[in-house]
Design a protein around this ligand. Structure first.
Ligand SMILES: *Cc1c(COP(=O)(O)O)cnc(C)c1O
Length: 366
C-alpha cells in the first residue's frame, strides 16, 4: 500500500485540520442546480461557518454557482463580506435596533418577521418578509398579512422577497409540508399582483429534493451542497461529502492483553497490540458519546477507537505498530462519514459538521 505522509509536520503546533474539497463542493452545487427548474434562483446557506466547512472559503468557491448566500447572523454576514464576496447575503436572524447600521454598511438583506422588526426598516434597505406557515419559529402569521399590507402601503418600504420555512421537508411525502405549502400558496394568492417582481422562496435542501413543486422563484440549499441527503431514508445519488478531518499519530506504544485505556477504564486490550494516540478530542468536536463506537483510518487502514474519548486525545487500537506522524483520517474519505457518526449519536449530520471547532484550520483542496 502507498504510504500516506502527513500534512502536519513535526515543527507545527497544529494537531488537526479540515480539508475542504472544492471540486466536490462545486460538483454538489452543479448536481443540485440540475434539479432546480430553469430560471429559478439558488441560495447557498453558509450559516454556522458553512456547516463547519469555512464560511468565506465556501462562499468564494460557490460565488460562480449560486445567486445568493444565506447566513444566520449579521456577524457571519460581515465576515463573508469582508472576505470580498459580492453576492447578495440574506440574514435569517431578526434584525435589531443595534445592528441596522451594519445592514446598510455591508449591504445585507434583512429577514423581517414581526411588526417590531418592520419598524426598524427604512426605504433604502432591502428585506424579505418571512411568514410562519407551520415551522413554529420566526415570521409573521399569515393572518397578519392584511395589517402588514396596510402598514407597507402607508410607508416607503420596499420588500424584495417573501419567504417561509418548512418544518419537515427532510422527510419525503410529509403531510405537514403539504399543509404549509397550501397555506403559503393561499397567502401568495391573497397578495395578488403585490408579489410581482419579488423573490419567493420556501425550500431548503429537503424541499428542493423531495418537493420540487415548492421551488417558487428561489431555493435555499444547505446540507445537500455539503454532500449529505436531508433524509437518511431517501438518499440522493451523486452527492458527495466535501469535508475530511485529518490529524496524525501522536504516540504509538505497546499494549499488553488486559491493559485498560482511558478514563473509566471501560475497555481493555483483547490481546497484545498497540495503542495509537490521536491528539484530538471532544474539545475539538469528536463527541464523547462516540467512545468505543467509531473507527478512524491510519495510513489507509481502519482502526477501532477504544476507551473514552478525552478532551484533547482519542485512542485507537492496532495489531501492528504505526509510525508517529502517520496520517489519521478522523472523519471523511476512507474513514467514517458525518452521517454515520450522527446515527450513532441519534442526531443529524448538521450537528456533527458544525460541531467541528472553528479554531481548526480549513484547508481548500481540489
Ligand atoms: C438552515 C436553513 C436552510 C438550509 O437548510 P438545509 O436543510 O441545510 O438545506 C434554509 N433556510 C433557512 C431559513 C435555514 O435556516
Amino acid at each position: 500500500m502507498k504510504r500516506r505522509t502527513t500534512q502536519i509536520t513535526a515543527k507545527s503546533n497544529i494537531t488537526s485540520y479540515v480539508e475542504i474539497n472544492l471540486t466536490v463542493l462545486k460538483h454538489n452545487a452543479a448536481l443540485l442546480k440540475e434539479r432546480v427548474p430553469d430560471g429559478i434562483k439558488t441560495m447557498a446557506v453558509v450559516k454556522a461557518n458553512a456547516y463547519g466547512h469555512g464560511a468565506a472559503l465556501v462562499a468564494h468557491a460557490l460565488s460562480g454557482s449560486v445567486t445568493a448566500l444565506g447566513v444566520a447572523s449579521v456577524e457571519e454576514a460581515i465576515n463573508i463580506r469582508n472576505s470580498g464576496v459580492i453576492l447578495p447575503i440574506l440574514v435569517f436572524a431578526p434584525p435589531r435596533a443595534g445592528n441596522i447600521s451594519d445592514y446598510k454598511t455591508y449591504n445585507l438583506v434583512a429577514t423581517v418577521g414581526s411588526f417590531y422588526e418592520l419598524e426598524l426598516m427604512s426605504s433604502s434597505m432591502s428585506f424579505h418578509i418571512e411568514f410562519d406557515t407551520g415551522m413554529g419559529r420566526l415570521g409573521f402569521s399569515p393572518n397578519e398579512w392584511p395589517e402588514l399590507l396596510q402598514k407597507l402601503n402607508k410607508s416607503e418600504l420596499k420588500p424584495s422577497g417573501v419567504m417561509t420555512h418548512f418544518a419537515t421537508a427532510d422527510a419525503p411525502g410529509s403531510d405537514k409540508v403539504n399543509v404549509q405549502l397550501q397555506l403559503f400558496n393561499k397567502l401568495l394568492e391573497d397578495m395578488g399582483s403585490w408579489k410581482q417582481g419579488k423573490v419567493i422562496h420556501a425550500s431548503n435542501s429537503g424541499g428542493l429534493l423531495y418537493y420540487p413543486e415548492a421551488a417558487f422563484s428561489m431555493v435555499r440549499f444547505g446540507i445537500a451542497v455539503y454532500g449529505f441527503s436531508p433524509s437518511a431514508v431517501e438518499s440522493i445519488p451523486g452527492l458527495k461529502p466535501v469535508l475530511s478531518w485529518k490529524s496524525c499519530v501522536s504516540v504509538c506504544k505497546p499494549l499488553k492483553k488486559g491493559e485498560t485505556v482511558s478514563y473509566e477504564a471501560n475497555w481493555s486490550a483483547p490481546q497484545d497490540g498497540w495503542l495509537v494516540v490521536v491528539p484530538v478530542g471532544y474539545a475539538d468536536g469528536i463527541r464523547r458519546g462516540l467512545s468505543n463506537k467509531i473507527e478512524m483510518s491510519v495510513a489507509g487502514k481502519r482502526l477501532k477507537q477504544v476507551g473514552n474519548i478525552t478532551m484533547d486525545y482519542t485512542m485507537l487500537y492496532s495489531n501492528e505498530p504505526v509510525e508517529t506522524g502517520e496520517e489519521v483520517v478522523i472523519l471523511g474519505e476512507n474513514a467514517m462519514m458525518a452521517d454515520e457518526w450522527a446515527e450513532l449519536l441519534d442526531t443529524i449530520p448538521y450537528e456533527i459538521l458544525c460541531g467541528i471547532h472553528p479554531k481548526i484550520e480549513r484547508r481548500p483542496v481540489s
